[in-house]
Design a protein around this ligand. Sequence first.
Ligand code: FAD
Ligand code: SF4
Length: 475
Amino acid sequence: MGKVTGFLEIDRQDRRYAPAGDRIRHFREFVIPLSEEATRDQAARCMNCGIPYCHTGCPVNNQIPDWNDLVYKDEWQEALRNLHSTNNFPEFTGRVCPAPCEASCTLNLTDTPVTIKTIECAIVDRGWQEGWIVPEPASTKSGKSVGIIGAGPAGLACAQQLARAGHEVHVYERWSKAGGLLRYGIPDFKMEKHLIDRRVQQMEAEGVVFHYDCEVGVSVPPSQLMGRHHALVLAGGAEKPRDLTIPGRDLAGIHFAMDFLPQQNRRVSKEPIPANSVPPILAGGKHVVVIGGGDTGSDCIGTSVRQGALSVTQLEIMPRPPEKENKLLTWPNWPLKLRTSSSHEEGAEREFSVMTTKFTGSKNGQVEKLHCVRLDDKLQPVAGSDFELRADLVLLAMGFVSPLHEGLLEWLGVATDKRGNVQADTADYRASVDKVFACGDMRRGQSLVVWAIREGRQCAHSVDQFLMGSTTLPR
Ligand SMILES: Cc1cc2nc3c(=O)[nH]c(=O)nc-3n(C[C@H](O)[C@H](O)[C@H](O)COP(=O)(O)OP(=O)(O)OC[C@H]3O[C@@H](n4cnc5c(N)ncnc54)[C@H](O)[C@@H]3O)c2cc1C
Ligand code: SF4
């Protein structure tokens, strides 16, 4: 703990956003970093608690007080080494993590948690700027080969750990580039994609081989990979979207969020939109309704606003959460409370406790209206509360049910749990089929980037143990 009285003397200060009027004109990141001096001051606020709740609040168990202290003492390179010892990709989490660590910080009891995510991002961004982040190839090879299906954060973290342990690692990815939902779901204004490219370059220099445009179970038979590798890791995400099967669902202009968002991300990076995808979906000049209140819905709002939507309304079936949590009941856990994203601030209307009962449209089959009803606190319709909403484009962002079962999972015959995810526990990440492992959203269901990184790392530990009989990889 660098400065004993830091938390008493220094106010919390966090990164700011560029003004909404400016940032909606482009798709680039708009978070303004703190200066080096301000970051150091913020790190000085950490109290190095006897029980650091932030350790367990953070899914990768980042050693937060340690690197806060190192930043305070101006030992940035050592802070980076410490950070990388628990997190392969802090530049991803430093941008898109919801920061459960800050919810569990002791200073959050007075609503002034240490700006942990900002400090994490500053450490790793500085590491890249200074050239401290370089490939770390294994000094000896194990002679074992691992196939990883899916290049999202779980597959990437698993691949990097296993390559550094000396294994030959091949990553098979259906899309043309690595990153999974980090690249194709999360918009560039939250995280620019060159950050993924440079990690991929680092991993290639460490020996990881990427096979793109390669859908295992469709263009590549799983039997080929089972024969080629000593172990196979399933990291294919949870891609089956939750649908809204109400009258009018088949009208034109109603799309899943994940048909809409990847198109825009590909436009930004000038990657061709695949020929087999739905025709271009654009919000410009339209009244847009987003159904679903999570991260995906929020990303649909920010993307629609940037495309020039006339209006954006977000509907959430659940009641409006409280503005503030009751700390004595919730701390140090992640509280249910109203969260307003940067996209919400860019001009969306939000409606809570609303259920859509049907869509109606024009004679030529284009959606024109949503028919809705308000719900009471028991989620029952309130009599006489029906209303209509105009919509030219409806985006369904109600979450994801499970991984896709057709193709890969059916062929392998792996058991699934009652939610339809690949069955494997977090003790060893082993699926029901010999030498097959599973991690990330494909195992745990729709989740967060930081959980995917944790599972990828822990799964690598298990695979290494399985291949070699012992392992020095951390869990
Ligand atoms: C729009 C959106 C916004 C989000 N925003 C946030 C956020 O702000 N913060 C946050 O923490 N989390 C966010 N999430 C959640 C987060 O992105 C996921 O939890 C995380 O990416 C899961 O990582 P994963 O590696 O398990 O799976 P994924 O990222 O889904 O990657 C799986 C990869 O496997 C590939 N694949 C699947 N099947 C095959 C196959 N048969 N053959 C070859 N390849 C295959 C897919 O193409 C994909 O690239 C968001 C999700 C969405 C959809
Ligand atoms: S990964 Fe997320 S939870 Fe962990 S320290 Fe970073 S922001 Fe906090």
